[in-house]
Design a binder for this molecule. Structure first.
Ligand code: SF4
Length: 380
């Protein structure tokens, strides 16, 4: 085990690591400046469990009904060794797909295995390499492959609910999603989120093939989304270009702060361990956990509630500290260079003398205050 892994293990404590998934990667890129999230995700810490222990609302929790529906739809599409998928792919990619060889990588290893994720990654790599080199029995449909992607200089495992499909030497990422496509149109926000997630798998597959010196073009920018059609449970497959999402994600990943740098800023004995008791319930005093979280710099924005389990904790913290971001990204950006709302107010009403770099902003704030005062006079 490397010293980096050992250090991340201390942060995580006794809990098993949670691997990155496309959702966490998409979230990282949604808020790349958040060191707190970067570190928690790199250590594989269960943020939902932290939020539950802190008794916070959990904005990302899906209803059991929605989860069950998603699982049932995925099972329906991949039933009979992926047979329902073949005609959909043939139609979506205008390819002849006469026969397929299907394998569910989930079935590799066992629950008793101490490292099933690594084992499945090794298996995935061997299968994809064989397919890429056109060796005998190349698997054309590989369900639940385990991939690896370099995130902030660290190798993160990805366990996607996707299928890697190879045809004529090119791999395609096929993602099954339970939101509907109505009259050929999916919800644009959901489709973009799905393509951003798929972009992570495209990059991970490219990384894998690059180990063999194979070019990135061997993994297509075209991603196939399989969704329920209209208001039925009948699946339909639609090809989308994920070129933009792949480019964006690649750029964001390249910008993420390196892990060793982040770890250097955290006191060495910091841990987010929930210290489960014999009944598996956390015993860690909440105050200690809050203090541990405070050792890593957040970057709260109201958008956090769409992608991070800790959003309500970070929002309260930002409000208590009077951070401009608590009022929204527009206010934060407008007040760039001013740390707190109290400072902005003090500059506006003249209680604080602006530094040279704050002069323009102070003028703008005072101008806004005058307009506000005039409007109040007019409406009085
Ligand atoms: S909620 Fe907190 S930890 Fe999560 S991304 Fe936002 S600032 Fe970072």
């Amino acid at each position: 085990m490397s010293s980096l892994d050992a250090r991340l293990g201390v942060l995580r404590g006794t809990a098993a690591p949670i691997p990155h998934n496309a959702r966490t990667l998409a979230a990282l890129t949604a808020n790349p400046s958040c060191e707190r999230r970067s570190l928690l995700d790199a250590a594989g810490i269960d943020k939902d469990a932290l939020a539950a222990h802190l008794d916070l609302p959990r904005p990302l929790r899906k209803s059991q009904l929605a989860l069950d529906y998603g699982i049932a739809f995925e099972r329906q599409v991949t039933a009979q060794a992926g047979a329902p998928l073949v005609p959909l792919l043939r139609q979506a990619l205008s390819l002849s797909v006469p026969e397929v060889s299907y394998e569910d990588v989930n079935s590799v290893g066992s629950d008793d295995d101490t490292s099933p994720l690594r084992l499945r990654r090794v298996h995935t790599r061997s299968r994809i390499r064989r397919a890429a080199h056109g060796r005998s029995d190349p698997r054309t449909l590989l369900d639940h492959p385990v991939l690896r992607l370099t995130v902030a200089g660290h190798q993160a495992y990805l366990e996607p609910d996707v299928i890697a499909f190879q045809r004529e030497g090119v791999f395609y990422v096929v993602e099954i999603k339970s939101f509907p496509v109505i009259h050929g149109q999916p919800d644009p926000i959901k489709a973009t989120a799905a393509l951003t997630q798929a972009a992570a798998y495209v990059l991970a597959l490219r990384e894998l093939l690059a180990e063999d010196g194979l070019p990135p073009e061997r993994v297509s920018d075209t991603v196939v989304l399989v969704n329920p059609r209209n208001f039925t449970r009948h699946p339909t497959a639609t090809p989308f270009s994920a070129h933009k999402q792949i480019k964006n994600l690649s750029r964001h990943l390249g910008r993420l702060r390196r892990l060793p740098e982040l770890l250097d800023k955290v006191p060495p004995d910091t841990t987010f361990d929930l210290a489960p008791g014999p009944d598996q319930k956390p015993t860690r005093p909440r105050g200690e956990l809050v203090a541990a979280l405070a050792t890593v710099r957040p970057n709260y924005t109201p958008g956090c509630r769409h992608h991070c389990d800790l959003a309500f904790h970070c929002r309260t913290e930002a409000r208590n500290q009077g951070k401009p971001a608590a009022l929204g990204t527009a206010v934060r950006d407008d007040l760039a260079g001013i740390d707190t709302i109290a400072t902005a107010l003090a500059l506006t009403d003249g209680h604080l003398h602006p530094s040279r770099s704050q002069k323009d902003l102070t003028q703008a704030l005072r101008h806004a205050q005058r307009i506000h005062a005039d409007l109040q006079t007019d409406t009085a």
